[in-house]
Design a protein around this ligand. Structure first.
Ligand SMILES: Cc1ncc(COP(=O)(O)O)c(C=O)c1O
Length: 377
C-alpha cells in the first residue's frame, strides 16, 4: 500500500516552482551539467560519450556500484543496489522487504515521511521515538530500548538528521548500534546527509560497515547537489535482503536512467570537488543564518545544526506557524517549511542551508519581520 499523500511533497508541489526563494529545502543547488562533465576522468568521459540509451542493470551499473562501494570500508559492489527513483524508491522497497519478515519498526522522529509512513500504510506497527528540542535533539537510548518489541524488525535512524540538523556523539551512536546488535535487530541508517558534518571528526560510521545486517541508505541529492539525477542506493552485506529488494524493483523502476548513472559515477569519482562545492555553499549560509537568529533571538529559538543542510527553529511569537509561513510566501515569495508537514505540533519551521540565494531570502524574511513586529525586529 502507498500512503495517502506526502504532506511535505504536496507542500513543495504547491510552491516550489512559483515562489521567489526556497528557504526550506533540504537539497543543495543543482550542480551545472557542464561543470560536472568537466570533472570526468578519461574512463568516465568515454563512458558518457559512448553511452547507449537502453535499459541498464537492475542492481545498477557495475562501475557505479563499485564507486558507491568505495565510499564504505566493508561493502563490495555486489552489496549495493542502485535505485533510479532516488532514496525515496530505495526506502519504499526496503521497508516492504523488511515488513515481510517483521511487523514492527522503531523510528526516530521527527523524520522524513517515508521513514515511517510507508511502513504504516503497509499495515506494520511503528513506534516513533521523539527527539526533543529541550535536550538539543539528543538521541534518547532509553526511549529506543523501551520501544523494542519481540517482533521489531529494525531501528530506523537518520543522521545527520532532517529536519533538526542533529548528530549524536559517535559514542552515543555506537551505543545504539550495540543495543541493536545485542537484540539481533537490524539498523536502517538513512545516511543521505552523510558527509555534510561541519566538523568532519564528528562523522558517524556507515551502518553497513558496522554489522552485516545493518543497512545504509545513500543518495546523490544532498551532499552532491545532484537531486535531478534521482540516483539513490542501499548498501548492505545481507545479500538475501538486497535480492528481495531487487526482485521488488521489477515492479517500480526496473533500472535507473543510463545517463543519470554515468553522471553519478563522474560525481562519485570527483567526490571531494563535488561535495566541497556543496559544503562551501552550506557553510557560507550557516554563517548568515547564525547571524540572523542572533539578531532575532526574541522571536526565534535557534539550535544550530551540527551537520546536514537543514535546521528546525521555533517561532516564539504567538502566531501559528502555518499562518506565518503562508504570509511570508504571499508577501515576500519566500518559502519555509512548516513543522505541520512533519505532523510536528510545535511552532517550528524547517530552514534549508543549501541554496545560494539564501542571503536574499533572509533579507526578505527580515523585511517581513520588521513589518509584522516593527517594534521588536
Ligand atoms: C532523510 C531523508 N531521506 C531520504 C530522502 C529522499 O531523498 P530523494 O528525494 O533524493 O530521494 C530525503 C529527502 O529529503 C531525506 O531528507
Amino acid at each position: 500500500m502507498i500512503p495517502g499523500e506526502s504532506k511535505l511533497e504536496r507542500f513543495f508541489a504547491r510552491y516550489e516552482f512559483s515562489v521567489r526563494h526556497i528557504l526550506g529545502a533540504s537539497d543543495v543547488d543543482g550542480y551545472p551539467l557542464g561543470e560536472l562533465l568537466a570533472l570526468a576522468d578519461d574512463d568516465a568521459a568515454r563512458r558518457w560519450h559512448d553511452l547507449t540509451l537502453g535499459y541498464t542493470e537492475t542492481t545498477g551499473h557495475p562501475a557505479l556500484r563499485a564507486a558507491i562501494a568505495d565510499r564504505y570500508d566493508k561493502v563490495s559492489p555486489d552489496e549495493v543496489v542502485v535505485c533510479g527513483g532516488g532514496a525515496v524508491e530505495a526506502l519504499f522497497l526496503l521497508v516492504h522487504a523488511l515488513i515481510e519478515q517483521h511487523s514492527h519498526l522503531v523510528v526516530v522522529w521527527p523524520a522524513f515521511e517515508s521513514l515511517h509512513r510507508v511502513a504504516q500504510a503497509a499495515g506494520a506497527a511503528v513506534t516513533l521515538v521523539p527527539l526533543r528540542a529541550h535536550d538539543g535533539w539528543e538521541l534518547d537510548l532509553d526511549a529506543v530500548r523501551a520501544a523494542l518489541r519481540p517482533d521489531t524488525g529494525a531501528i530506523v535512524v537518520n543522521y545527520p538528521h532532517n529536519p533538526t540538523g542533529a548528530l549524536p556523539a559517535p559514542a552515543r551512536f555506537q551505543e545504539l548500534l550495540d543495543l541493536a546488535r545485542e537484540r539481533g535487530i537490524r539498523v536502517v541508517s538513512d545516511e543521505v546527509y552523510r558527509g555534510t558534518e561541519f566538523d568532519p571528526a564528528t562523522r558517524l560510521p556507515a551502518a553497513a560497515d558496522v554489522d552485516a545486517s545493518f543497512v545504509s541508505l545513500g543518495v546523490m541529492s544532498k551532499a552532491y547537489g545532484l537531486a535531478g539525477l534521482r540516483i539513490g542506493w542501499l548498501a548492505c552485506r545481507d545479500r538475501a535482503l538486497l535480492a528481495r529488494v531487487t526482485a521488488m524493483k521489477d515492479f517500480t523502476s526496473v533500472c535507473a536512467s543510463a545517463p543519470a548513472e554515468i553522471l553519478a559515477l563522474i560525481a562519485l569519482r570527483a567526490h571531494d570537488q563535488v561535495t566541497g562545492r556543496c559544503m562551501d555553499i552550506v557553510r557560507g549560509n550557516l554563517a548568515h543564518v547564525d547571524a540572523f537568529f542572533a539578531r532575532h533571538a526574541d522571536l526565534f529559538e535557534w539550535i544550530p545544526p551540527r551537520a546536514g543542510t537543514v535546521a528546525f527553529p521555533l517561532l516564539r511569537a504567538p502566531v501559528p506557524i502555518d499562518e506565518f509561513v503562508h504570509e511570508l510566501i504571499e508577501q515576500e515569495g519566500v518559502m519555509l517549511l512548516p513543522a505541520s508537514v512533519f505532523d510536528h505540533t510545535e511552532n517550528r519551521f524547517r530552514i534549508g542551508l543549501g541554496r545560494s540565494d539564501l542571503p536574499a531570502a533572509l533579507a526578505r524574511l527580515e523585511s517581513y519581520l520588521s513589518r509584522r513586529w516593527r517594534s521588536r525586529a
